[in-house]
Design a protein around this ligand. Structure first.
Ligand code: GAP
Length: 411
């Protein structure tokens, strides 16, 4: 369905694909944009203490040395001695899952993706595509403090692509080599109590956000990291997990990074009367994982009918407009007027193919919350029918009230 309806396509498909890379089609792009918009609204616009940033994907390689990534951003890798397939050591038992062969001892495998910058072969320098978007915020800490009036505690929000040489990409877009993250770095005074308070606050905020956008509560849970699984920068870490068809899986990580990063970058913060290295509480979610889990969680079948019960804020189209019959000029003309009027405010679909029932089915399958039909009554009394995706109930609304009616429904 994701491919047929234009949500997600295999990357470079006409050349046989490219493992671990995915492309988003027209509807997937809308879904992802809506997720990012909703995230930015709640993390930046709804708050007074968070500002935004958008750092470069490729940075001076010294950044990754200072941050510990060139040394410690690793996964343990084992290789099958028979078929030479490679696996993450923590994801397999004693033998090769593909052929039952014997596995090598685990080796450390760095996840950073290398790139080469420069025009002349001999002078090319090795750099990295960022393995987490985070470091771009830390290296700009002083720039942000100096160019704004933010005072601790404050946060910096960022959305952007990250890249990891994952050993075992898979489960559709769940683990890819190129993906997008949405992160908050929240800077606080260096104090255990304050850190615990902020950690608990942000962990709850992030859970509430997923629930507020419609993920079933029963499909979400917190899981604290064991001492031996925490990333090299984390003092404490908890995952929000989703009950995916392939098992409970990491959705988003909340980390107490302490002063690890700012200290390594030799950055500090000056108050009126003291200078210190702030601590950081981080929330780090995947946009692709959000798109995947919102799709899975909202997918419902009712006999032949598929309904994507996406929260209207996330739905690619907010409404679809149909003329009852495609070959009646007056109906098509009037429906086009309604369509153009709505298009000024919302992303709206137009459909005149097949019969009304089929058009409803097609819109239900992609999560369009409302379908508006222009029929013969519309020509007499300037009304349209509004049909609700979830209840299939219909209401007549006058055309001049259609925009506020929809705005009100979409919330
Ligand atoms: N800055 C902290 C950080 O990057 P992480 O737990 O490694 O933490 C955060 O990653 C989130 O990024 C994950 O919870 C997940 O949503 C997303 N993510 C990480 N690796 C991914 C991958 N290979 N494919 C898709 N999403 C990924």
């Amino acid at each position: 369905m994701a491919k047929r309806r234009g949500f997600v396509f295999p990357g470079s498909e006409i050349y046989g694909g490219f493992g671990g890379f995915w492309d988003y089609g027209p509807l997937g792009t809308e879904l992802k944009n809506n997720i990012k918009k909703a995230w930015w609204q709640s993390m930046v616009y709804d708050r007074d203490d968070v500002v935004g940033a958008d750092a470069a994907i490729i940075m001076n390689p010294k950044v990754w040395e200072a941050s510990g990534h060139t040394e410690a951003f690793t996964d343990p890798l084992v290789e099958c001695k028979a078929c030479h397939h490679r696996f993450r050591a923590d994801k397999v038992k004693e033998v090769c899952p593909d052929c039952g062969g014997e596995l090598t001892e685990p080796k450390k495998f760095n996840l950073l993706t290398e790139v080469y910058i420069g025009t002349v072969e001999e002078n090319k320098t090795k750099a990295y595509l960022r393995g987490e978007i985070t470091q771009g915020v830390f290296v700009n800490f002083a720039n942000i403090v100096n160019s704004t009036r933010v005072k601790i505690p404050f946060g910096v929000a960022q959305i952007g692509k990250a890249f990891r040489n994952e050993i075992t990409p898979g489960n559709f877009t769940f683990r890819s080599l190129e993906f997008e993250q949405m992160e908050l770095e929240y800077f606080i005074k260096p104090d255990e109590k304050e850190a615990d308070k902020q950690f608990d606050f942000w962990k709850q905020e992030r859970m509430n956000w997923y629930v507020s956008l419609g993920i079933a509560k029963d499909n979400l849970r917190f899981r604290e990291h064991e001492d031996n699984e925490r990333a090299h920068y984390a003092k404490a870490a908890v995952d929000i997990e989703y009950q995916a068809p392939f098992g409970w899986s990491e959705f988003e990580g909340i980390h107490n990074r302490g002063d690890y990063d700012l200290k390594n970058h030799k950055l500090s913060y000056k108050d009126e009367n003291e200078e210190y290295t702030p601590w950081v509480i981080e929330t780090s979610g995947g946009v692709d994982r959000a798109a995947l889990f919102f799709l899975i969680d909202s997918y419902q079948e009712d006999g032949e009918r598929v309904i994507l019960k996406l929260n209207p804020k996330l739905a690619p189209f907010k409404a679809a407009v149909f003329p009852l019959l495609p070959n009646k000029e007056e109906l098509v003309g009037k429906a086009k007027e309604v369509y153009q009027m709505l298009k000024k405010e919302f992303n709206v679909a137009w459909d005149e193919r097949g019969n009304i029932g089929k058009r409803y089915f097609a819109q239900d399958e992609i999560g369009t919350p409302y379908c508006l039909t222009v029929d013969f009554t519309s020509l007499e009394d300037d009304t349209v029918t509004f049909r609700d995706r979830d209840t299939a109930k219909q209401e007549r609304v006058s055309v001049d009230k259609a925009v506020p009616y929809l705005q009100n429904k979409l919330g």
